[in-house]
Design a protein around this ligand. Sequence first.
Ligand SMILES: Cc1cc2nc3c(=O)[nH]c(=O)nc-3n(C[C@H](O)[C@H](O)[C@H](O)COP(=O)(O)OP(=O)(O)OC[C@H]3O[C@@H](n4cnc5c(N)ncnc54)[C@H](O)[C@@H]3O)c2cc1C
Length: 370
Amino acid sequence: MHQYDYLIVGSGLYGAVMAHELNKSGKKCLVIDKRDHIAGNIYCEDIEGIHVHKYGAHIFHTSSKRIWDYMNQFAEFNNYINSPIAIYKDELYNLPFNMNTFSKMWGIRTPQEAKDMIAKQVAETGITEPQNLEEQALSLGGRDVYEKLIKGYTEKQWGRDCKELPAFIIKRLPFRYTYDNNYFNDRYQGIPIGGYTAVVEKMLEGIEVRTGVDFFEFRKENPDIAGTTIFTGMIDEYFGYQLGALEYRSVRFETEVLDCDNYQGNAVVNYTEREVPYTRIIEHKHFEFGKQEKTVISREYSSEWKVGMEPYYPVNDEKNMKLYEQYRELAEKEENVIFGGRLGGYKYYDMDKVVEAALDKLEDIQNGMN
Ligand SMILES: Cc1cc2nc3c(=O)[nH]c(=O)nc-3n(C[C@H](O)[C@H](O)[C@H](O)COP(=O)(O)OP(=O)(O)OC[C@H]3O[C@@H](n4cnc5c(N)ncnc54)[C@H](O)[C@@H]3O)c2cc1C
C-alpha cells in the first residue's frame, strides 16, 4: 500500500498541471519541490508591489485555443503585447525586425525599399555557402542588420564568436515587412492578472505540497511513498550523471530597485553590442502596466553552466541530444516513473507547450499507456 497515488517532483507548470488534473480525477497526490517556493521558473517575487520574474521574463503566448482556454481557468490574462526594443550604441530600434526597424536604420518608408536594401546588402556579402553563423546571418540579412542587431547579442548569448558558431542555429531571419512591433505571431498573448505564482497556487489548491524538499534525499527516507513518481527535475541527475552531464546555458540576473517610476519605458530592452556585458534589461512593472512609485529592473547575463548551477537552456546540439537519447532509454526502463517538463525531457518548451505536453501525458495515463 502506498500513501499517495502520485509523487510529483517539481511544482513548475508541468508538475502543477499534472497534480491538478490527477487530483481532480480522484488521485491522491503529493507535490515536492527543492526550492522554498512553488511555481518553478515562472515564480514571481513581490518586490515593491511589483511581480518580479525571478527566473527570467515570462510572456504567455499560444496559437492553441485549447491551451488558452485551459490557462484561463486559473487566471484572466491582461492585454500585454511583447514589443522589445534593441539598443546598439546610441541607436534604438524596434524588434522584431520590421518596417519600424528598417525605416530607422535606413531612412526608408516602403516595404519595397526595405527589400531592395536587404537584397543589395546580401548580394554585397557574396556568400553562397555559409560556413558559420556569421556567414549565415550575413547571407540572409546583409551587413547592417547583422552587425547592429545580431552579432553582439548572439555572441553574448552563446559566449562565443559568431564565426565559431554553427550556421544551423539561424535557419531564417524573421523579417516582417509591416509596421508591426508585436514580437509573437500567436493568436493569444498576455500576462496573468495577479501574476504567475497565483496561477500555480490555484492549480495546486487542495493538494499537499512540501517545498524545500529535495527528491534524492526524500527518496531515501520514503522509497515507497507513492505508486507512481512524476519527475520534472534533471533527467541526468536522476540517473546520478552515470553517462555524463547534459549541458545547459545559464543566465545570471542582477536585480535592482530604482527610485524612479519608469526607467526604460518598456518591459524588454535588448543590448545588442558585445561591449555591454548584459544581454537585456527587464523592467518588470511594464508587464502589468504598473503604476508603483518605484521600479525594479533585472540585468540578464548569459553564462556557462556547471553542475550545481541553475540550468536554463538545454544545448540541443548533436552531442547532447545523443546523450539525452541514452538517458531517455534508461528512463523508459524505469518502472512507475514518468519523466516530464523541460528538465525531465531536456527540451526548451515555451509555457504553452509544457502545458500541452502535460495534458497529452495525462491522456496517455488515462488510456493506461504511461
Ligand atoms: C530565461 C527563460 C525565459 C523564458 N521565457 C518564456 C516566455 O517568455 N514564454 C514562455 O512561454 N516560456 C518561457 N520560458 C519557458 C518556461 O520557463 C518553461 O516552459 C516552464 O517554466 C517549464 O516548466 P517546468 O515545470 O517544465 O519546469 P520548471 O519550472 O523548471 O519546474 C521544475 C521544478 O522542479 C524542481 N526540481 C528540480 N529538481 C528537483 C529535485 N531533485 N527535487 C525536488 N524538486 C526539484 C525545481 O525546483 C523546479 O521548481 C522561459 C524559460 C527561460 C529559461
